[in-house]
Each structure stands twice: as structure tokens, then as C-alpha cells.
Design a protein around this ligand. Structure first.
Ligand code: SAH
Ligand code: SF4
Ligand code: F3S
Length: 408
């Protein structure tokens, strides 16, 4: 049996795409390995959202030159967003590369494999790691035009999958032992279908047998509306955690980024979510070309006002072809200093959010014998052991860093 090694970079959508591509390779006689030395085929699924992400994928590919030299029968597929951006010219720099499959090729990946003549159909043994979360892609692409972002150009315009297929896939995952379903899309809550909203879809998925919790990522603030809140607030299966990328706390910078909201509107939406028990994590960018010290201070104060439970902070990275890449960059030293200050601020907040949970009742969905997550996304270590997928109701007795401890 031939062995497949998968290396995935980037967001959860890429993880789901890797799963999908791996399934097509299982159907062509491959089985998974996590040991590159034993592999016959390496699939690299790449990200290009920041220069650093693309660089990591390319340097991994560079290291495979020697791997392939050791055994020229080995094959390499370079897929995903960096593959989409760089295209066939990759084969000039990396002539040992067998197949390039851009992010937009995902729907005809099987065809690409067959056209390459490198693979033949034969059943393999899909050995996928069993986690409690089942990923279901519900839409692809993005119709926004944030001025710093390369995603719309590599992933294309939005395309929503039919609700019937989504619900069926979620039900299948739940039946296979995934009590938690994670719905995925670059602007996941832009999903719509004739007569159906994203909130309707959430409610429908959560009603499938075996589904205990539904998460989704990444929502855009534009679609967090009163109608959405009203449609989900009475459904406890919808996780009380939202990863809502803010990007900046300055209305001026948000406008220059073309995010489509002001600081005030964002804070209103955050307050409405918090009033309904949602914990909110976010993404923040420091050093957008027009960001002044004052703008940066507003991002710091947004962190305080919004009370995020976690924040992923990034240094602005110019991406070729995006409008912001035409602007003059701030000095690298400024970016580094701002990132440092922001990271310090954010670190304290996560710990404070954990400490605040002491004494509260929690409901944990177990992901391993002693560890699980609450609906609002806090990690919990239990005193006793439980089967994976069990719901444990207990009380938080202590917090240490970003881990809660319970009585039971
Ligand atoms: N669709 C999501 C985000 C996708 S990209 C949304 O709209 O919120 C994931 C994160 O990468 C973004 O939230 C942003 O914080 C960051 N990012 C995107 N482009 C970037 C760039 N050019 N430089 C630095 N960070 C960037
Ligand atoms: Fe990029 Fe903006 Fe689309 Fe998110 S909404 S993927 S940041 S363009
Ligand atoms: Fe990266 Fe592509 Fe996701 S650029 S963040 S892997 S959509």
C-alpha cells in the first residue's frame, strides 16, 4: 500500500480541503502516514495570506528536493492558495514538482489527478485521525475587497454549497462520531440560499441526530444582524463563541481597509453578542500602511473595550496585487514594536477571561479522556476521566494560564 504524507498550512478551510484531497488519494490506493521518510507521495496544501505563510510552504517544498532524490519514484503535489497565486511557474523553480493544484481547483481535483496520468484508481485505507469535530465547508471564496487581503484573488468570488448537501454531510459526520460540527467558509455567514439564511442553516444542522454543538468560522461582522441574533439565541447547540475578526480599532484605518464597519458599529455588534452569552475572539493587524500611533492606540483600547477572550495578532504583510501593496510601508521596527505591545496586552486578557470563570458552572464536551471545551471555547481539564464525546457538567475550581480545572 502506498503512503501519503500531508502537510497543511493556513486556515481551517485548508484543513478541510486537505481532508477532501486526501479522500481522492485514498481512492487511488494511498493510505496516510505521518512519517515523511516512509511516504511515497507528499501533499502540501499552502497558504499565502501573509508572505511568511507562503515562505514556509516554499521552504518545505525546497527540502523535498533531497527527499525525492533519495527515491525518484516519490511524488509531490503542491496545492492551495500559494499554488493558486504562483501557478505553473513553480515548476520552473522546482522542476521535481509533479502536480500543482490551486485552491480554485479543489472541485475538480479528482479530474486533475486522473489527467496527470500519475495515479490509478484502486481502493486504499483511509486512516484519518478521529476528532470530535467534523468540518463541513459551506461556501468558498469571498466577495469583499479588503485592501490588504489576497484571499479574494486566490479563492475567487463566493459560491455557496446547497443546504441539502451541507445538512447531509453534517449528519454523516455526526453519525461517524463527530458530536461537534464546524461549518467553514472565508465569510461563512455570507452563506445564503433562496429562502434560507445562514441562521436557518445553523438551526437545521444542529437538529441532525447526534449533533451536540455547531461552530462556524470565519464570520464577517457585516452579517451579525439583529435578525441573525434573534434566530440563534434560543438554540443552545450553537456554540457561544464567535471568532469575529476586527482587524483594527480605528474607524479611519477600517475605512482604508474597506472593512465596511466603524469602530462604533463593531462595538455595538460585540455588545449584542456578549449580551447573549457569546465569548468573542478576534484577528488584529498592526502596521497597516496608514496606521498612525493614534490609530494603533485605538486598536489597544478596542481590545480593552471589547473584552476579547483571545486575539490573533499579525504584522501587516504587503500582498502583491492588493490595493494596500501600492502604499508606502511603515518602518519594520514600528511594526515589530506595535506587535510586541499588542501581544502583551492580549496575553493578559486571555488569562483574565479564564480566571473569571472560577466558581462558575460549565458544560464540557470531552475531546480526550481528561480534556474538553465549553460552548464558549474555554479549555477545561476534568478531575475524572470520561469517554470522548461525553458532556460533563461541573464547576470550575481553578484556572491556570489558559486552562480551567473542574470539581468532577
Ligand atoms: N475572512 C476572514 C479572514 C481571512 S484571513 C475575515 O474577513 O475576517 C485571516 C486573517 O489574516 C485576517 O483576519 C487578517 O487578520 C489576517 N490577514 C489577512 N491579510 C493580511 C495581510 N496582508 N497582512 C497581515 N495579516 C493579514
Ligand atoms: Fe480577506 Fe476581507 Fe474577504 Fe476576509 S472578508 S477573506 S479579510 S477580503
Ligand atoms: Fe491562507 Fe488561503 Fe486560508 S490564503 S488563510 S489558506 S484561504
Amino acid at each position: 500500500m502506498k503512503k501519503l504524507f500531508v502537510q497543511t498550512y493556513g486556515c481551517q478551510m485548508n484543513l478541510a480541503d486537505s481532508e477532501e484531497m486526501a479522500a481522492h488519494l485514498f481512492a487511488r490506493g494511498y493510505t496516510l502516514t505521518d512519517n515523511l521518510d516512509q511516504a511515497d507521495l507528499a501533499l502540501i496544501n499552502t497558504c499565502t495570506v501573509r508572505d511568511h505563510a507562503e515562505h514556509r510552504a516554499l521552504s518545505f517544498l525546497g527540502r523535498l528536493r533531497q527527499w525525492k532524490r533519495e527515491n525518484p519514484q516519490r511524488k509531490i503535489i503542491f496545492a492551495g492558495c500559494a499554488a493558486q497565486r504562483l501557478g505553473e511557474k513553480l515548476k520552473k523553480t522546482f522542476p521535481f514538482l509533479d502536480l500543482v493544484s490551486g485552491a480554485r481547483d479543489i472541485d475538480h481535483f479528482a479530474q486533475l489527478l486522473d489527467d496527470s496520468g500519475l495515479f490509478t484508481a484502486q481502493p486504499g485505507a483511509p486512516v484519518t485521525a478521529q476528532t470530535i469535530t467534523g468540518y463541513v465547508t459551506i461556501m468558498r471564496g469571498c466577495d469583499f475587497k479588503c485592501t490588504y487581503c489576497i484571499v479574494p484573488s486566490v479563492r475567487g468570488p463566493i459560491h455557496c454549497l446547497p443546504s441539502a448537501d451541507i445538512v447531509q454531510r453534517a449528519a454523516q459526520k455526526a453519525a461517524k462520531g463527530c458530536p461537534e460540527i464546524m461549518l467553514l467558509g472565508q465569510t461563512v455567514n455570507a452563506w445564503h440560499e433562496k429562502g434560507k439564511t445562514f441562521a436557518d442553516l445553523l438551526n437545521e444542522v444542529s437538529a441532525q441526530p447526534g449533533v451536540q454543538r455547531v461552530r462556524f468560522v470565519s464570520p464577517h461582522p457585516a452579517f451579525i444582524t439583529p435578525a441573525f441574533l434573534a434566530a440563534v439565541e434560543n438554540n443552545p447547540k450553537i456554540a457561544r463563541h464567535i471568532h469575529l475578526p476586527a482587524q483594527s480599532g480605528s474607524t479611519k484605518v477600517l475605512q482604508e481597509m474597506k472593512r465596511g464597519y466603524t469602530r462604533e458599529i463593531l462595538l455595538e455588534k460585540i455588545a449584542a453578542l456578549k449580551a447573549r452569552g457569546f465569548a468573542i475572539s478576534t484577528d488584529l493587524i498592526v502596521g497597516f500602511p496608514t496606521e498612525t500611533e493614534n490609530d494603533f492606540q485605538q486598536t489597544l483600547s478596542l481590545v480593552e473595550e471589547a473584552g476579547f477572550s483571545a486575539a490573533y495578532c499579525f504584522k501587516y504583510s504587503p500582498r502583491q496585487g492588493t490595493p494596500a501593496a501600492q502604499m508606502t510601508l511603515l518602518p519594520e521596527k514600528t511594526l515589530e514594536q506595535r506587535l510586541d505591545v499588542l501581544l502583551n496586552k492580549v496575553k493578559g486578557l486571555a488569562e483574565a477571561a479564564y480566571t473569571q470563570q472560577i466558581g462558575s458552572p460549565v458544560e464540557v464536551l470531552m475531546e480526550s479522556a481528561n480534556k474538553g471545551r465549553t460552548s464558549d471555547n474555554f479549555w477545561v481539564q476534568t478531575t475524572r476521566s470520561y469517554p470522548v464525546g461525553t458532556r460533563v457538567v461541573s464547576e470550575v475550581t481553578a484556572a491556570e494560564g489558559t486552562l480551567l480545572f473542574t470539581r468532577d
